[in-house]
Design a protein around this ligand. Structure first.
Ligand SMILES: Nc1ncnc2c1ncn2[C@@H]1O[C@H](COP(=O)(O)OP(=O)(O)OP(=O)(O)O)[C@@H](O)[C@H]1O
Ligand SMILES: [Mg+2]
Length: 331
């Protein structure tokens, strides 16, 4: 049996077949144009996924770029393309158990449909979990809180001994920081930046976004925006913290001693410190070494544990049958 951890996010899809090396590609799908004529009966349109889709989107006009996940909701067909692309990039043949996640507040019906479809499309066994559970497993924490700040949503779970107690999906992610910052820069400097440029602007020292505007060079550096960023980031964290506090209200303190902060949002400057400050009284904030890939790595280890457990059960069943037969023969 081969095990895979697959984390399909709003902005990036992450997948690993060994729990260490993670492939990452943009969660983008582009369907190529239908041919005017089809001589070989090839009705299927060509599909571009990930980096290829990003490239197609830039270089072709009139293509529709699909983001299969939006605000925690998903479009089945293109979501399956991301899953297929992730698994085929990993080169894992044979019997497979794939652990993957969905936003906490996805519906039961939707989850059942996704599991069925993934089973068929990927020809594998599927273990479906709430997204932040991956990071909990990666951090080897079975009781506590996990706050997963992704691009489109922030997912929160409270687990007790690896059992789901409660959780929530907030429609606040890195996207809100990006939108605000983009507006600030547009107002102040008159240029528009992309989400990727924003991440580099905030995380790479000396990085500069430059544009030509009206025959002049306009450039933006971190120090130009750091004050506005800090103010905005603080109120954004507060918004998330308020919602998390609602979820934690009334819980036993032993359940919330360990608080894990994960997802790309945990990498933004100042965010970890803000969370530490807000939860100072309640518990410790821990952050995985790489918050972006922690869910996928954790899903991998959960797939292994679950798979081995099932194998163990099967072995036991076989043994029991054998002893049963022997017992009957003796009679
Ligand atoms: N150093 C960094 N490296 C990568 N991404 C970063 C970094 N700092 C901040 N980010 C932001 O975090 C976002 C990615 O977060 P993540 O991969 O957890 O989101 P996602 O899983 O795609 O979204 P969701 O969980 O909401 O579906 C990026 O889109 C980027 O804006
Ligand atoms: Mg995510």
């Amino acid at each position: 049996m081969r095990y895979v951890g697959l984390d399909i996010g709003t902005n990036y899809t992450k997948a690993t077949a060994n729990g260490t090396d993670v492939i990452i590609f943009p969660s983008l799908v582009v369907y190529g144009e239908e041919k005017e004529w089809s001589l070989k009966g090839e009705e299927e349109r060509k599909v571009y996924v990930g980096e290829e889709a990003a490239y197609m989107a830039q270089s072709m006009e009139n293509v529709e770029i699909l983001r299969p996940l939006h605000e925690g909701r998903l479009m089945h067909r293109s979501y399956m393309e991301l899953a297929r692309h992730g698994i085929s990039s990993l080169n894992v043949e044979g019997e497979r158990l794939i652990a993957t996640g969905l936003p906490v507040k996805s519906s039961k019906k939707e989850r059942a449909e996704i599991v069925n479809e993934l089973k068929q499309v990927l020809n594998s066994d599927i273990l479906l979990l709430p997204q932040p559970v991956g990071s909990m497993a990666y951090m080897k924490t079975s009781t506590g809180v996990c706050i997963d700040i992704g691009f489109g949503t922030t997912d929160v779970v409270v687990l007790a001994d690896m059992e789901y107690l409660k959780g929530d999906t907030l429609l606040v992610g890195v996207d809100k920081i990006y939108e605000n910052l983009e507006m600030i820069i547009r107002n102040e400097f008159g240029i528009t930046i992309t989400p990727e440029e924003m991440v580099r602007l905030l995380s790479e020292e000396g990085y500069e976004v430059g544009r030509v505007r009206g025959g002049k060079k306009i450039s933006v550096k971190m120090e130009d925006i750091s004050q506005s960023y800090n103010e905005m980031m603080k109120s954004w964290v507060e918004r998330v913290v308020n919602r998390v506090n609602l979820l934690l209200e009334g819980l036993s303190i032993s359940l919330v001693e360990n608080i894990i902060l994960t997802g790309g949002g945990a990498k933004l400057p100042g965010v970890q410190d803000e969370f530490k400050e807000h939860f100072r009284d309640i518990g410790d904030i821990k952050v995985p070494d790489d918050p972006v890939t922690a869910n996928a790595k954790g899903f991998y280890s959960l797939a292994r544990i679950y798979g081995k457990h099932e194998e163990g059960l099967e072995e036991k069943e076989k043994e029991e049958k054998v002893t049963e037969k022997r017992g009957r023969r003796k009679k």
